[in-house]
Ligand binder design. Structure first.
Ligand SMILES: O=P(O)(O)OC[C@H]1O[C@H](OP(=O)(O)OP(=O)(O)O)[C@H](O)[C@@H]1O
Ligand SMILES: O=C(O)c1cc(=O)[nH]c(=O)[nH]1
Length: 226
């Protein structure tokens, strides 16, 4: 596994963003792990997070795009920190845009979006923390396409949870690709997280031990891509 992937996994652990326990997901699935991107809270964590995303996006999609779109809520800080990092690292001014979960009915920014207005001809990169079942993309892509005549270049998530989409067979990220025709990529996959943390000491502690690994395996029996 590449060095930056190992560093990113350790960054998630150090930032207490990668959690193990019992969590109910947006899709209703009950998962023994959860990546809480809302847990990046300090200036230096957010700066680093933006840099990881900017590198990954530049690597996969280049810089020929105009807007980073992050779905509410956690996509809002993700798109903001990545737009800052992109300008610092690559000297390219990318605008950020996000949707609102509730429509705003007053002020100069009424409507369902915040940040930059989407314009005809914009090339858009979608940015998310995770795609689990694809539900969020299913809700967001029509909103983005409905706002202007834009082209979605691709989606970047930080963790590919490697779960089936709503079709029940393919990985959700592949399903999103098939459905909408844009590329989907992740900084790291859950397989890489397990490879890096299972039965290995990190800062004096084994984070994924046999018991936790068994719970993760059972989860993948049910929800892993077939
Ligand atoms: O692929 P899916 O099954 O849709 O799951 C992934 C989505 O679920 C979470 O959003 P959520 O709305 O729960 O969180 P937030 O409001 O904290 O961003 C996450 O941020 C993704 O957007
Ligand atoms: O599917 C989800 O709701 C979900 C999974 C995850 O790992 N992190 C998150 O914020 N949401």
């Amino acid at each position: 596994m590449e060095q930056y992937k190992q560093e990113f996994i350790e960054f998630m652990v150090d930032s207490e963003v990668l959690k193990f326990g019992e969590f109910t997901l947006k899709s209703g699935r009950k998962s023994p792990f959860f990546m809480n991107a809302g847990g990046y809270v300090t200036g230096s964590q957010l700066k680093k997070l933006g840099e990881y995303y900017a590198h990954a996006i530049h690597d996969k999609y280049g810089d020929d795009f105009d807007v980073l779109f992050g779905p509410a809520y956690k996509g809002i800080p993700l798109s903001v920190v990545t737009a800052i990092a992109f300008s610092e690292l690559y000297g390219k001014e990318i605008r950020y845009c996000s949707d609102r979960k509730e429509e705003k009915d007053h002020g100069a920014d009424k409507g369902s979006f915040l940040g930059s207005k989407l314009k005809d001809g914009d090339r858009v990169v979608m940015i998310e923390d995770v795609t689990t079942s694809g539900k969020s993309m299913e809700e967001t892509v029509p909103k983005v396409k409905g706002a202007a005549d834009v082209e979605i270049v691709g989606l970047m998530v930080s963790l590919d949870r490697m779960e089936v989409g709503k079709g029940g067979v393919k990985c959700a990220l592949d399903e999103v690709h098939d459905l909408y025709g844009f590329e989907t990529n992740a900084i790291v996959t859950m397989k890489e997280v397990i490879e890096h943390l299972y039965n290995k000491e990190y800062k004096g502690k084994v984070i994924i031990d046999d018991t936790l690994k068994a719970a993760i395996d059972a989860y993948y029996e049910q929800y892993g891509a077939k």
